[in-house]
Design a protein around this ligand. Structure first.
Ligand code: ZN
Length: 95
């Protein structure tokens, strides 16, 4: 992952980073353009969870419960539709 240099627009790579909080990291970038080589700082923040963790909730980090969930992440599997027959246990058709 990288950003584009704010001076020349070419790609920049992360040289180092440090956490500012549980969800925010400060990243130091260096421009890859040998004629530019600007060094700049960017921030990365976890803004929301879009796919729920498979970990049990009792072992998930406490602060993660404060992070906004996308609707997709909060959707629960729907109950089985009683009008549909289950696909498991049906023998394969004879060939
Ligand atoms: Zn640059």
């Amino acid at each position: 992952m990288g950003l584009h240099c704010p001076v020349c627009g070419k790609r920049a790579h992360i040289r180092t980073s440090r956490p500012l909080s549980d969800v925010v990291t400060e990243q130091y970038y260096a421009c890859l353009n040998p004629k530019c080589r600007t060094v700049f700082v960017g921030l990365v923040e976890v803004s929301r969870i879009v796919g729920e963790s498979l970990l049990p909730t009792d072992v998930q980090a406490e602060f993660s419960k404060q992070i906004r969930r996308s609707r997709r992440a909060t959707e629960r599997p729907q109950e089985a539709d009683p009008r549909q027959m289950p696909l498991t246990g049906i023998p394969a058709p004879a060939s």
